[in-house]
Ligand binder design. Structure first.
Ligand code: SF4
Ligand SMILES: [Zn+2]
Length: 323
């Protein structure tokens, strides 16, 4: 069985450019979304979920990728499920250990990232993941989305307190893992300018907590795209939400550059039907290329050199139109 989504793209691993395989495995889906009215307002993972999926089919998706893709140069694997990898009711302990065992057997892979909501995390489970990976570096990924409590819990419906997030950071440290924090760029209800400020402040918060807990941390930005069957899609169709302009993404990266490793997610996991952040037809692909380049080498010069006629229009439009 094929995974829900996979992509090989540039990434920076321990200061060196490399490739990463991002793979999203179809599972039963996110328990939090099941129990909370669809879960987070921007998330479309439930569109890929399959209630009757077996352990064999879950493991088979990773086997498909390992057997069929050219993984040379892939030093990082982001092993995503449609929810929480550490929730036994979404991924059984048996399936988890088979998946990690498969990755342990890939000698070129140095880092594996997994993702889970806070309620399923324990130091013991994280240590187990490390052991099953045979000593590879484990990046524990958590969707904080925003450091702002109102944005995170009232707008995105994340159901995550800062206290719980900070507890996780300490557990990650205790288990000897590193931290990967997902932050959204422009959740609904924020103007373009507010979204820029929200993203910058969120990065400040993440690296501050990581420093305080002495944990190695990375930030992965997810510029919001429109998924089917979400509250966000409804807002978008009612013209109550506008996608972020790629120039704002560039501005955010320039402002947070130097604080720590920052990655910009540029794929939609087959969920957006092309309703993705953009700028104009002339500069769209060059901005995406420059962001990919940044993901690879963390060198800001490519982003600083970007220019286009649409940029002055964009700058004029930053007047706080709420959408
Ligand atoms: S973002 Fe994560 S926690 Fe929220 S609904 Fe989607 S999978 Fe579940
Ligand atoms: Zn342009």
């Amino acid at each position: 069985m094929q995974p829900a989504f996979y992509r090989i793209s540039p990434v920076n691993v321990s200061g060196e450019g490399a490739n990463r395989l991002m793979i999203v495995l179809t599972t039963k889906g996110c328990e939090y979304a099941h129990n909370n009215d669809g879960g987070c307002t921007v998330c479309g993972f439930m569109n890929h979920a399959r209630e009757d999926i077996t352990d064999g089919e879950i493991v088979g998706q990773l086997e498909f990728a390992v057997d069929n893709l050219d993984l040379s140069g892939v030093k990082e694997v982001d092993l995503l499920t449609l929810g929480s990898f550490l929730n036994d009711r979404e991924v059984s302990p048996e399936a988890r250990s088979r998946l990690l065992g498969k990755l342990a057997g890939l000698p070129e892979v140095e880092v594996v990232s997994i993702e889970s909501r806070a309620e399923y995390v324990s130091v013991e489970k994280l240590r187990q993941v490390r052991e099953l990976l045979g000593g590879k570096m484990v990046d524990f990924g958590i969707g904080l989305e925003s450091a702002d409590d109102h944005v995170r819990n009232n707008i995105i419906n994340k159901g995550l307190s800062r206290k719980a997030f900070e507890r996780i950071v300490k557990q990650v440290k205790e288990a000897g893992c590193s931290l990967l924090v997902y932050l959204l760029i422009k959740p609904p209800g924020l103007s373009e300018t507010e979204a820029i400020e929200d993203a910058v402040k969120s990065v400040d918060y993440v690296f501050e907590i990581a420093r305080r807990c002495d944990v190695r941390a990375r930030v992965a930005f997810e510029p919001v795209f429109i998924c089917e069957n979400t509250l966000l899609e409804k807002l978008f169709k009612d013209a109550k939400y506008r996608l972020v302009n790629l120039w704002s993404v560039v501005q955010i990266v320039k402002r947070v550059h130097g604080q720590g490793t920052v990655f910009i997610g540029l794929s939609d996991e087959n969920l957006s039907r092309d309703r993705l952040p953009s700028s104009c037809d002339k500069c769209n692909s060059s901005i995406i290329r420059a962001l990919e380049h940044y993901n690879f080498n963390q060198d800001i010069s490519g982003l600083e050199a970007l220019t286009c006629d649409c940029k002055s229009e964009y700058e004029k439009s930053l007047k706080g139109v709420r959408s």
